[in-house]
Design a binder for this molecule. Structure first.
Ligand SMILES: [Ca+2]
Ligand SMILES: [Ca+2]
Length: 371
C-alpha cells in the first residue's frame, strides 16, 4: 500500500499489484473521535477499480474490529454517511458491541487481487438528525441455567424494543421493553429446535428491524455444537449471518436453498469460506460433520481448523472419492505438520476452495461438531 497527501489535502491511497489480495493503511491522525459519535461520514473519489474497500475501527483492549464496506464501482466523488450501528464486527468478536470511546485506531483496507487507487477527501464522526431508530444488531444470546438472555446493541434514537422468539410456526415469546436485554424462561424452550429471534427498535418516527433479525438460536447440547444449520428463514437472514459470523471470499456468491447454502464461484483460484466461532467453541467434541454436494464444482477442497492460538490444522477433502453426501471427519485427521488437532476449542472452521474453472457451485448444509 502506498499513501500520500496530495496538494488538494486529500488522502491518496494506492494498492500495488503485489500478488496479495489485501492491503491496509492506518489512519492514525485522520478524522476525530468524539465520545458518543452517532454516525460517520466519508467522501471518497472512486476510480471504478472494482476493489472492495473497508473502513475499519479497531477497539483497543478487546481488538474487536468493526467494519463498513463499499465497492469502488464509481468514478468521481461519492459521500457515504452511516450510523455507528451499521458497523459490523468482522474480527475478534468479544462483547459484539461497538464502543467508540475504546477506538485505538482507524484503518482503511483495500481488497483486490490487482492494483487499485482511490482518494479520501473526508472521513469523520458526525451527529445525526433524529429519525426512526438507526441500524442495530442482536449482539449476543447467552444461555444460563434457567434462562436465555438476548442482548441488543443500542439502536440510536430508539425508545423501546420489541422482540419475538418463534419456531417459525409458533410464537414462544413476545415482549416490548426499554431495556437492551430480554430474558426468556428456559422452560419455554426445547433442545434441537431452531428458534428465530426477531427484534425491532421503535420510536415516534417508526420502527427499524435489527440487521440480523431472524437470528437462529439453539439450546446447548452436550453431544453437539451447531456451527451453522443454514436454517435461515430468508436470504436477508443468511446475508446478515454471513456478514457477522463468517469470512467469505468476495468472488463467492451465497444463496439460501432448500439444500442449505449454495456457494457459487465467480472466478478460478483459491476462495475461502470461513465460519468464525466468536470466542471459541467445540471443547469436548471430536469430529466435524456436514452435508455437501461437490458434483457441480471443479477443483480441490482443503479444510482447516484454527485453534485459540491461531494454529491451523489441515485436512484435504477427497471430493473425487465422495462427491456428495454426509462427511464425517475426525479432528485427529486435521494436522499441523505432524501434530493432529486434539479436542480443544476452535475459533475457525475453514473451507478453502481451489477452483479450476471458475464457474461451478457447491451446496453445503448442517455443519456441526460432534462428540
Ligand atoms: Ca466491544
Ligand atoms: Ca439445514
Amino acid at each position: 500500500m502506498n499513501i500520500a497527501i496530495t496538494n488538494q489535502n486529500n488522502l491518496s491511497i494506492s494498492k500495488v499489484a503485489d500478488g496479495k489480495t489485501y492491503g491496509s493503511v492506518r489512519l492514525n491522525y485522520w478524522g476525530s473521535v468524539c465520545y458518543m459519535p452517532e454516525g460517520f461520514r466519508m467522501t471518497v473519489k472512486g476510480t471504478n477499480s472494482g476493489a472492495s474497500i473497508a473502513m475499519r475501527f479497531i477497539e483497543g483492549g478487546s481488538y474487536e474490529i468493526w467494519s463498513y464496506k463499499f465497492v469502488d464501482d464509481f468514478e468521481g466523488e461519492r459521500t457515504f454517511t452511516f450510523s455507528v450501528g451499521d458497523l459490523t464486527c468482522v474480527y475478534n468478536k468479544q462483547n459484539n458491541i461497538f464502543e467508540p470511546q475504546k477506538i485505538a485506531y482507524i484503518e482503511l483496507m483495500v481488497e483486490k487481487s490487482g492494483a487499485a487507487t482511490l482518494e479520501i477527501e473526508e472521513a469523520r464522526f458526525i451527529r445525526l438528525d433524529r429519525s426512526a431508530p438507526m441500524s442495530f444488531i442482536i449482539s449476543n444470546v447467552t444461555e444460563l441455567e434457567d434462562k436465555v438472555n438476548v442482548t441488543l446493541a443500542p439502536a440510536l434514537f430508539a425508545t423501546t424494543y420489541h422482540m419475538t422468539l418463534t419456531t417459525g410456526a409458533t410464537t414462544v415469546f413476545d415482549r416490548t421493553q426499554e431495556e437492551l436485554t430480554f430474558s426468556i424462561d428456559k422452560s419455554l424452550l426445547e433442545k434441537g429446535v431452531p428458534y428465530y429471534i426477531d427484534v425491532e427498535a421503535i420510536n415516534e418516527f417508526g420502527s427499524t428491524a435489527a440487521t440480523n433479525s431472524g437470528f437462529v438460536f439453539y439450546l446447548k447440547d452436550e453431544s453437539r455444537v451447531i456451527v451453522c444449520n443454514f436454517d435461515f428463514k430468508d436470504q436477508a437472514a443468511l446475508t446478515a449471518y454471513i456478514d457477522s459470523s463468517m469470512s467469505v471470499h468476495a468472488s463467492l456468491t451465497t444463496t439460501l436453498e432448500a439444500e442449505g447454502v449454495k456457494i457459487t464461484s465467480g472466478g478460478a483460484g483459491w476462495q475461502q469460506f470461513i465460519f468464525k466461532l466468536d470466542t471459541g467453541a467445540g471443547a469436548g467434541m471430536s469430529k466435524l460433520q456436514f452435508t455437501a454436494d461437490f458434483s457441480n464444482y471443479h477443483g480441490t477442497v482443503v479444510m482447516q481448523l484454527a485453534d485459540t492460538n491461531w494454529s491451523t490444522y489441515t485436512y484435504n477433502l477427497d471430493i473425487v472419492a465422495q462427491p456428495n453426501g454426509t462427511y464425517v471427519i475426525d479432528f485427529s485427521s486435521f494436522v499441523n505438520g505432524s501434530t493432529p488437532f486434539t479436542t480443544q476449542n476452535l475459533m475457525w472452521v475453514m473451507f478453502n476452495f481451489n477452483d479450476n474453472t471458475g464457474n461451478g457451485y457447491i451446496l453445503l448444509d448442517d455443519v456441526v461438531l460432534l462428540k
